[in-house]
Every structure is written in C-alpha cells, then in structure tokens.
Design a protein around this ligand. Structure first.
Ligand code: GTP
Ligand code: MG
Length: 197
C-alpha cells in the first residue's frame, strides 16, 4: 500500500474520547520502549509523526493518526512500565484494555515484542488475554537490526514454541526494524488486504 497522507488527529485520555469509529482502525501495543512509535513512523515514512524517546513511558495517551484519509493508525501507551507507581500502572492498563475491548472499528491489534529477549511473562499474559477476549491480533518483533540474523531467527522460533504450548494456531508474525525499515511493507500489505478501499 502506498502512503499518500498521514496526519495526527488527536490524543485521547480514554476510549470514549477517541475519534468517531467510522473508519477501520489498526493499533500498536507492547511494552514501554519496545518501538511502537518508531515503527509507526517507519511505516508512514515520516521521522516524527509519532513521538519517540529512549526513555520508556513516552506515549501516555491514545494517539490517532489518519492514513490516506480512510483508515486510522493508533499508537497506544506501553504496558508494564516499571518506573511509575502501581496505581498509575493500573490506570494505564485499564485505559489500554478498555480501549481494546470497546473500540468497535478495531480491525487488528499489533502486539510488539523486542526480538532480543526471551519470551517474557508480561507479553505472554497479554497475548493470552487477547486470545481469551477474542481480539484479532498479530505479533510484530521489533529491533531486528540489533541482532545477528541467526540469533534473531532462533529467538523467533523460541517464541513460536512458547506460543504453541498454549495455542493450536499461531497468529501472523512480522519481523521488523524501524531503523532499517524492514518488515514494514508486509504490515502495510496486511492492512491493505484486510481493509475495503
Ligand atoms: P513508549 O511510548 O515509551 O511506550 O515507547 P515506544 O514503544 O513507542 O518506543 P519508541 O518508538 O519511542 O522507541 C524506544 C527506543 O527504541 C528509541 O530510542 C528508539 O530509537 C529505539 N528503537 C525503536 N525501534 C528501533 C529499531 O527498530 N531499531 C533500533 N536500533 N532502535 C529502535
Ligand atoms: Mg511510544
């Protein structure tokens, strides 16, 4: 899919404040600092459409972007950010889960995982919650450029094996680097395929 236009629409504190759900929507979620905002920028071919930072917890609101004037791309706050208080973390979790459960036009959720790490409990639990809640999702590995190709492949296989313990079918899996702009076309192709335009 060719990106003709991409514009910031609004930041919302809760799902009720999000733009009218009149267009198909695709959202990016994952731990703080995993690279959600960076991948959105890479997909859009823009440097700082979504704000990125080396410090986790940069994105704290639900950010909507309108692409090609006919679908929404959503940058969500990260989950599991250890440096905020427990109650604030709970607030973030509620904001995220409420958005996911209530957003009627959400076509697919992209769950981002840092390719460098072994399967982490918090991600596995989140994926399990998505499955149990009937949320359509895909898995997107990030920061591929930070690993040697063979080690990266090994980690993806490790992850698949972990998922297969709990699920009969694997979700769609993408391997990406925002830095090198790898894997972004595949995600855009998927969005184009699952969307009527
Ligand atoms: P929060 O908004 O805090 O939840 O973080 P985020 O998931 O949006 O992460 P963000 O895109 O802000 O990126 C976090 C850090 O990782 C930044 O320093 C990015 O430059 C870096 N980063 C993101 N993607 C990549 C990548 O593909 N390769 C490399 N080398 N660095 C990346
Ligand atoms: Mg962010």
């Amino acid at each position: 899919m060719q990106i003709k236009t991409a514009e910031f629409v609004k930041s919302s504190q809760k799902w009720q404040e999000c733009p009218e759900p009149v267009m198909p929507e695709y959202a990016f979620i994952g731990r703080s600092n995993v690279g959600k905002s960076s991948l959105i920028n890479a997909m859009m071919g823009r440097k700082d459409l979504a704000k990125t930072s080396g410090t986790p917890g940069k994105t704290q609101l639900i950010n909507h972007f309108l692409v090609n004037e006919n679908w929404y791309l959503t940058d969500l706050p990260g989950y599991g950010y250890a440096k905020v208080s427990k109650s604030l973390r709970k607030d973030f979790e509620k904001l995220i889960t409420n958005y996911i459960l209530n957003r009627k036009n959400l076509v697919n959720l992209f769950v981002l995982i840092d390719i460098r790490h072994n399967p982490q409990k918090i991600d596995l639990e989140f994926i399990e919650w998505c499955g149990e809640s009937g949320i359509p999702f895909s898995i997107v590995f990030t920061k591929l450029d930070k690993m040697k190709p063979n080690a990266a492949k090994e980690n993806v296989e490790k992850y698949k094996a972990e998922l297969m313990k709990a699920w009969a079918d694997l979700p769609e899996i993408y391997v990406t680097s925002a830095e090198k702009k790898e894997g972004t076309d595949e995600i855009l192709r998927f969005i184009g395929k699952t969307n009527e335009f």
